[in-house]
Design a protein around this ligand. Sequence first.
Ligand code: ZN
Ligand code: MN
Length: 494
Amino acid sequence: MSAGERYQVVIGLEVHVELSTRTKAFCSCPVAFGAPPNTLVCPVCLGLPGALPVVNERAVEYAVRAGLALDCRIAATSLFARKNYFYPDLPKGYQITQYESPLASGGHIEFASNAEQRRVGITRVHLEEDTGKLVHRPGAGSLVDFNRSGVPLLEIVSEPDIRSAEEARLYLQELRTLLLLAGISDVRMEEGSLRCDANISLRAAGGPPGTLVEVKNMNSFRSVKLALEHEAARQARLLSAGERIVRETRHWDETRGITFSSRSKEEAHDYRYFPEPDLPPLVLDPGYVERVRAAMPELPAARRERLATAYQLPTYDTAVLTSSPQLYQLFEALIAAKLPPKDSSNWVMGEGARHGDACNWDPHKVIVLTTGLRDTLSLIKKGVISGSTGKSVLDEVCSTGLTAEEVVSKRGLHQISDQGLLTQVVQEVIASQPDVVADFRAGKEKALTFLVGQVMKRTAGRANPALVNRLLRERLMGGTLGGAPGGDPGGGRS
Ligand code: ZN
Ligand code: MN
């Protein structure tokens, strides 16, 4: 049974993003991933009595950048509030957040879904603090690490404009790229710096809004899609059977592929929100917002558009190169070296991505990869090596740190563009394949491909293919065709 037929799926996403500031939101403790537990703490982020918070200016700037990137209105005055609840990872007993007056509101995100341009509204973007982290040790109780306590978070809430699980995934992907390019977060869902909760309901055609169910614990883009697909189908099944949907929070269980009920959903009034008395209203003058706007980096839509028009790249390439700053930087380095755009894009998306992922984009190795890719492509462009040799040259550059030129001379990989040498091989091949030669002369064009293959085989793949083609044609057609000797594209190096 398909949920999409009788019911319209209505999804809104609530995303939390850790900002990549150097220090926490309301104290000067460093923000770092993987430090020993409880080493990045102070009285403020431990919630000790009498400790007072001070707003991190950089966190505010990042929040404004996100608001602008999402086309929001930036509030001249926004307020901090306390959200009260008890949980062992929350030492103060409340979270500092924004409630009635968020920093930014009324924006949108656009993305393509099935060749259709979709626009999803952004209700609000506000600044808040993260909680600590509980570590559960089977049989040994639970431990708490407050290193994450007070790390600045953005909460980004969408309008319920998303109409399918796949659209939810596309929305998240675009949001991730946007925040990445805005330079405010590393948005790694696996490391928890981007977290996503969803509100999902089903609405019968023309009927009233359905009951909202909140889905939590989706830890990857793929699990967002799977969880929401599953949840839409579950609700459709209940409604078709005449049952009611319970307003509740459900957790996604990745291994079982189901959502399960975890608690009935709190209402906002359960949190007893009230204005944070320790922080003054956040006042942003228009000049400040304009300065942040003027310093905004290039955003995804603009970058894709520029890549398409400046380099005639297909939509797929512009999307892949924009989705990753690392791939984009590799591409930029190749363009700066005046290498052909489409070849550069292919190499970056293929070999560049493969080597980059293999070293987890270690900055030192990326330097080697960048120059290696640039030099390898230059050697191919100059005809010194063939495209297929290029891949193994780059492999060796990345594993040894040698330059591409060093690898080529050490291994004797130069492409053979010596006309005299190749003519000799071509004549040998023609002599050894009388049947194929006869086929070609009888008009079978395909026979030529076979003969080119034979020449490549005898030269261990190093022959310049364009030259081999020309030489074969000349010999087979009586030597009267083709260009002047010495005009080969390979420049005569061997
Ligand atoms: Zn602190
Ligand atoms: Mn929140």
